[in-house]
Ligand binder design. Structure first.
Ligand code: NDP
Ligand code: 2IT
Length: 447
């Protein structure tokens, strides 16, 4: 434990303002105690923890673009290439005003372990910009994406680093970025980005994969408790890609979705969101429908500037929007309301204190790096299809996704058994991811 605490302290000393990054590192490293205690000399000799918390490189760059009024605008772009021990750097790009180095570092750090759990050969990376896509015209989005890629292109490639979408980046943005990459490189390397449209190398099921995968993962957990999705009530946050895929699959499997949310508030559906409503989320977003309009259309009530956590009764809380959505205070109220499972669709949506409170009160937390790994897993399958110059059917990809999510769950159970930690899926995910990445790092020598 001394070794772990020393490394956490050094991360705090070196990066005092990076709260999200310190939070992610503390959560992971503290849970690795059983593995470190078992092989302390090996890990110390190889400087594993010190190396694991220092990204391979952090790239930051100016993104200058011209808005519709002809005015130059400047944003800050990032790509953090965290760890490529098991494959090329891989991870999404986030366009949101809250993006800073700490946020991108925590996401890239988490991605390293998540990607390892998928069993596919992908290292960890993440990027983005403090650009706010809200209220921007399509032309402005295109020019921003082109300007962003004009700098990013020199750092990426199908065997180097493969970005994809995240908050504020979906198929449209990936398309604009791929077009610019292709123009600059003068080569058709469509494996350089994932989340592409089907017409130029995208994969079936990639848009749905994060949400579907999270529900497939939860099915494994529920199975352990002799339960299933049918009849359970779900409170979801988010009104984007992950919430959409999750809501569709939950409803298909007989669950009831009672909330969706955005930055401006949440919608409560007393009788459950309909199948049509779930399918409409992405279209509603593209058309710029407000949450109030969506609520009116599909029989919900909109609660402005509020989030559902600790307010809404549900069997499963499924945060699908952003980091630190559920804090300790909300966790306490959630337990009083009888929540039984927290299934993390978003990355690090639950604070460390809230996770501990949930665990101490018998709530099962399905950690993001396992539960939401389906998105990057199908990104990995998109890379495989691009390399083969083939595309697989919807059924083929969906079946592979189901296998991968089952495999992730089994890896967690194996790690929990190996290290004697009981049914703690958060610790198990960290231990399983760490084992693979650290083995590869040790075998490749100190660098
Ligand atoms: P989208 O941009 O499609 O949707 C994001 C949603 O979250 C929007 O509804 C947005 O609100 C809401 N949101 C964003 N920031 C905040 C905030 N600060 N407070 C409250 N709500 C917020 O993103 P995704 O669905 O792709 O991503 C959601 C989460 O899932 C992120 O944590 C992401 O890292 C994670 N994730 C995504 C994967 C993917 O494949 N896309 C894969 C794995 C994880 P509004 O409607 O007001 O804009
Ligand atoms: O957080 C994530 O796993 C993603 N945003 C998806 C990354 C990817 O490369 O598909």
């Amino acid at each position: 434990m001394d070794y772990i605490n020393q490394v956490i302290q050094s991360v705090k000393d070196k990066n005092p303002n990076e709260h999200e990054y310190i939070q992610a590192v503390s959560e992971v490293l503290l849970s690795l105690a059983p593995a470190i205690e078992k092989d302390q000399d090996l890990y110390k000799k190889n400087g594993i923890l010190e190396r694991l918390v220092e990204p391979d490189r952090c790239i930051s760059f100016r993104v200058c673009w011209v808005d519709d009024s002809g005015k130059p605008q400047v944003n800050r772009g990032y790509r953090v290439q965290f760890n490529n021990a098991i494959g090329p750097y891989k991870g999404g790009l986030r366009f949101h005003p809250s993006v800073n180095l700490s946020v991108i570092k925590f996401l890239a750090f988490e991605q390293t372990f998540k990607n390892s759990l998928t069993t596919l050969p992908m290292g960890g990376g993440k990027g983005g910009a403090d650009f706010d896509p809200r209220g921007k015209s399509d032309g402005e989005i295109m020019r921003f994406c082109q300007a962003f890629m004009t700098e990013l292109y020199r750092h990426i490639g199908p065997d180097i680093d493969v970005p994809a979408g995240d908050i504020g980046v979906s198929q449209r943005e990936v398309g604009y970025m791929f077009g610019q990459y292709k123009r600059i490189r003068g080569a058709y390397e469509n494996g350089v980005l994932t989340g592409k449209h089907l017409s130029f190398g995208g994969s079936f099921i990639r848009p749905e994969a994060t949400g579907y995968g999270a529900v497939y993962f939860l099915e494994q957990v529920l199975n352990h408790f002799n339960q299933n999705i049918k009849g359970l009530t779900f409170a979801l946050s988010g009104f984007g890609n992950v919430a959409w895929g999750s809501a569709k699959k939950i409803i298909e499997l007989g669950g009831k979705v009672v909330t969706l949310s955005g930055q401006d508030g949440y919608i409560y559906f007393e009788n459950g969101l309909s199948k049509e409503g779930a399918e409409d989320i992405i279209l509603a977003r593209q058309k710029g429908l407000t949450k109030q309009e969506f609520a009116d259309k599909f029989g919900g009530v909109f609660y402005k500037n509020q989030q559902p956590w600790g307010k809404v009764k549900a069997d499963v809380y499924m945060p699908c929007a952003t980091q630190n959505e559920i804090d300790l205070e909300q966790a306490i109220k959630a337990v009083q309301l009888g929540v039984k499972f927290v299934n993390e669709g978003a990355n690090m949506p639950t604070t460390n204190q809230a996770i501990d409170y949930f665990k101490d009160h018998g709530v099962i937390v399905c950690p993001a790096k396992a539960a939401n790994a389906g998105g990057v897993a199908v990104s990995g399958l998109e890379m495989s299809q691009n390399s083969q110059r083939l595309s697989w059917t919807k059924e083929e990809v969906d079946n592979k996704l189901k296998d991968i999510m089952r495999g992730i769950y089994n890896q967690l159970i194996d790690a929990a058994n190996e290290f004697g930690i009981g049914y703690d899926l958060c610790k198990a995910a960290n231990l399983a991811g760490f084992k693979k990445v650290s083995t590869a790092m040790i075998m490749q020598g100190i660098y």
